[in-house]
Design a protein around this ligand. Structure first.
Ligand code: RNT
Ligand code: ZN
Length: 419
């Protein structure tokens, strides 16, 4: 280890010890919190079905940075590069249309665990857990904007079957890897303009979900999550699976609620929702993202929103009750860098939260809100950077901006050859 990193770390440790923060304890907890990287950053939410479908459901990946993954092997290679730049052992979040169908046309209602065999063996080899999502968009049967809530029963049944099979695939992941899979359902269903009937589609969605979840699956193998949204591109006036819809559904059916940081009003933070919903359900899933104006999926940066999310998890000891996944896609920058930046930021935010001075909570408990505010502000410039650098070095990943040179080298030698 470089002696400067060690020197800075030991000074930082002393500084933290002086205010009652146990740095070693923080460094023991951080590696126990896995982050689920979303595979879809690697190819602009394209998938590998190859039936010429275009991105739908209001999802838009803008930008044309060269080098997006065109095959499962390329996507895995890019992911391996990203994981090599991120400290700790993490997970991969797959979407159903990333299956490997060997050139065959396997429709969504026919997917099976065997189509994910290479992903499973790759995850095993790399010691990663896998999470899963049915893909209820980018498909002719989603073209009218309705899937599980479609007025046409045949179309609903098609998507119900897809989601049922997705849960089975999640369970197969859980079994093969010995790590519980979280399978998250998000559907794009909604309307561009004011609906005349908001109720019928919601009744249909609830009924479809009941049908999907009918089969019991061991929670050791697979956990189900449902993901609400306020609005989407093309569903500005009405989203069937709104926040209240899924909050009610998740509580009454004992499912995980998935809180996506980009799915609410611009000043509405999901950080405040965490301890609210956890009063009524054992576990939740997060889609950590960053909303910018109408887009809900910018690369995660180390801003106040992210710090608040991490803090709410750590300060309340919710590390085992909150599954952390990322969800964004930026096609305008190097995609391996996008994963690396967002994941390192998520971890950095968790570390900062783990290093929170205990006096802040004590001041609040004593009713001393002056000290609380003063200490919260002073905490913002404590030397967490030195602890983060030490952590990266101890996990054998690049310190500071040094990961970028590796991504640039990869871009030059691998990604730029893809066009
Ligand atoms: C869309 C949801 C959903 C998707 C992924 C690709 O608004 O956030 O989670 O981003 O399933
Ligand atoms: Zn999401």
């Amino acid at each position: 280890m470089s002696s400067n990193i060690e020197k800075s770390f030991s000074l930082a440790k002393e500084r933290y010890a002086g205010i009652g923060v146990d740095v070693e304890r923080a460094l023991k907890i951080l590696p126990t919190i896995p982050i689920s990287l979303h595979c879809w950053q690697g190819d602009d939410v394209g998938g590998f079905e190859n039936f010429g479908g275009t991105l739908g459901g209001g999802l838009v990946a803008t930008g044309n940075h060269p080098g997006k993954a065109r095959t499962p092997d390329e996507l895995r290679a890019d992911l391996e590069k990203a994981y090599s730049l991120i400290p700790g052992k993490h997970r991969l979040n797959l979407h159903a249309f990333y299956g490997e169908f060997g050139g065959e046309k396997v429709d969504r209602d026919a997917i099976e665990p065997k189509h994910f065999a290479s992903w499973i063996s790759w995850a095993k080899k790399n010691d990663l857990g896998l999470d899963f999502n049915p893909t209820c968009f980018s498909h002719p049967k989603a073209a009218d904007g309705f899937t599980l809530s479609n007025a046409d029963k045949a179309i609903r049944d098609f998507w119900i079957e897809h989601c049922r099979r997705s849960r089975d695939i999640g369970a197969a992941f859980g079994k093969a890897l010995g790590k519980t899979c979280v399978t998250n359902i998000w559907v794009p269903d909604g309307m561009k303009d004011t609906p005349a009937d908001r109720n019928s589609p919601r009744a249909c969605l609830a009924e479809s979900l009941n049908a999907i979840f009918k089969k019991q699956i061991s929670p050791k193998l697979n956990l189900d999550a449902v993901e609400p949204k306020l609005f989407g591109i093309g569903s500005e006036s009405f989203v069937v699976g709104s926040h209240e819809f899924y909050l009610g559904y998740a509580i009454s059916r004992k499912k995980l609620l998935c809180l996506d940081a980009g799915h609410y009003h611009p000043t509405e933070s999901i950080a405040d929702k965490i301890s609210s919903v956890l009063q009524f359900m054992p576990k939740i899933l997060l889609h950590v993202s960053r909303g910018v104006r109408w887009d809900s999926d910018h690369v995660v940066i180390l801003n106040d929103d992210l710090l608040a999310i991490a803090r709410e998890i750590v300060a309340n000891g919710f590390e085992k009750r909150v599954h952390i996944g990322l969800d964004y896609f930026d096609a305008s920058i190097n995609r391996v860098a996008a994963w690396t930046i967002g994941t390192r930021n998520m971890l950095r935010a968790l570390l900062i939260a783990l290093l929170e001075p205990p006096q802040i909570k004590i001041a609040e408990a004593n009713g001393d809100f002056t000290s609380r505010l003063a200490l919260q502000e002073e905490a913002k410039t404590l030397p967490f950077g030195a602890v983060w650098d030490f952590y990266c070095e101890s996990k054998n990943v690049p310190v500071g901006e040094h990961w970028l040179a590796e991504v640039k080298r990869y871009e030059k030698t691998v990604l730029s050859k893809r066009n």
